[in-house]
Design a protein around this ligand. Structure first.
Ligand code: GLY
Length: 343
């Protein structure tokens, strides 16, 4: 693929992105520059769809839904119906979405529905509840116009599942991406694609955005851990763990080992550090450090990462292990950035 490298920020030691001076307002003269950030390099492609909404004056909530739908449409390990199945051979999906007014919706253990993020949004907007799971979530989706898909595994997922069945040993794999801190303006890089064997290696897509009115929203969608126990749900659909938005403070998404994000109420904890004045990157780091303390020597076997944005539009991220990258799109372009890490 022909990728054109425009800016390499890593050489400058820059670890955060910012946009200057905004005032939250609906007054056109006070409109601010929007920004969107998402997990992993799959986020580069998701960001393109989100930016299309934001640059045209759309709302952060629409941006974060449409952004992660791109990843739900891709064939990859960990998001959408073509991802790896659970240990019984079924793909089960988790997703959540949250807006700037504490409205939120989630689905978990959802089968055979293509866009769980849109079902989560429907739960938020059309149900009296926040969280639907399993058969009930699927029935709700069908009642709201979603189509029941075949349930057949993608070719790659089937291959992976057959390989896994040889040992049937559940062992979470730490996701490590090759390090790249660059801005890509090549449409070929940003276009949705089917990942090849060698690229079958990212994780949950989480996305946070600030729109031109200064409002924040976030989304998160995943098939969870490959070959998980049937019924397992991770952090992604749990508001406060995989995703949290407080429009007075900031928004946060998580990726990595969901069990360890849940036990520290990860995304909410990062927001609370930002409320106390910590930068987004430091707030993420403080929660990663807590997970490291809790896990002790087992910390080396897991990966956990957070991406956060504060009300000044500053984005920061931090991971437990080397290898996590995140994608940020603002008026300067779409940039893939390596996160700092603890161990
Ligand atoms: N972070 C995704 C999961 O653990 O399910």
């Amino acid at each position: 693929m022909d990728r054109r490298k425009f800016i390499n920020l890593s050489g400058l030691g820059i670890t955060s992105f910012s946009i200057p001076n905004f005032i939250q307002s609906t007054n056109p003269s006070n409109l601010i520059q929007p920004i969107v950030a998402s997990t992993w390099d799959a986020g580069m492609r998701a960001n393109v769809a989100a930016w299309e909404v934001l640059k045209n004056g759309g709302q952060a909530l629409d941006a974060v839904e449409q952004g992660v739908m791109v990843t739900e449409n891709e064939i990859n390990c960990c998001v959408g119906l073509d991802a790896n199945p659970d240990r019984d051979g079924f793909v089960t999906l988790d997703a959540s979405i949250m807006d700037h007014q504490f409205n939120c919706g989630s689905v978990a253990f959802l089968e055979r529905i293509k866009h769980p993020i849109s079902v989560a949004r429907k739960v938020m907007e059309k149900s009296p509840h926040v969280f639907l799971v399993g058969a009930g979530a699927q029935a709700f989706a069908l009642a709201n116009g979603f189509k029941l898909e075949s349930g057949t595994l993608s070719e790659q997922a089937n291959k992976n599942y057959k390989a896994w069945l040889k040992t049937s040993n559940y062992q979470p794999v730490i996701n490590v991406e090759k390090n790249q801190s660059v801005t890509y303006n090549d449409p070929a890089f940003n276009a949705p694609k089917k990942l090849t064997d060698g690229e079958w290696n990212h994780d949950t897509i989480g996305m946070i955005a600030m729109d031109q009115f200064g409002n924040l929203s976030g989304s998160c969608t995943t098939s969870g851990a490959g070959f998980k126990m049937r019924g397992r749900v991770g952090d992604s659909p749990i508001i406060g763990a995989g995703l949290y938005v407080d429009n007075e403070v900031g928004a946060v998404v998580a990726t990595g080992q969901g069990e360890d994000v849940i036990r520290v109420a990860g995304a909410s904890a990062v927001v609370e550090w930002m409320r106390q004045g910590k930068s987004p990157e430091l707030a993420c780091k403080l929660v990663v450090e807590k997970i490291n303390r809790i896990k002790k020597e087992k910390a080396k076997d897991i990966q956990v990462c957070f991406v956060a944005i504060n009300k000044k539009g500053i984005v920061g991220a931090y991971a437990l292990q080397k290898g996590f990258n995140f994608s940020v799109y603002n008026k300067e372009g779409n940039t893939l950035k390596d996160a700092g890490y603890l161990i």
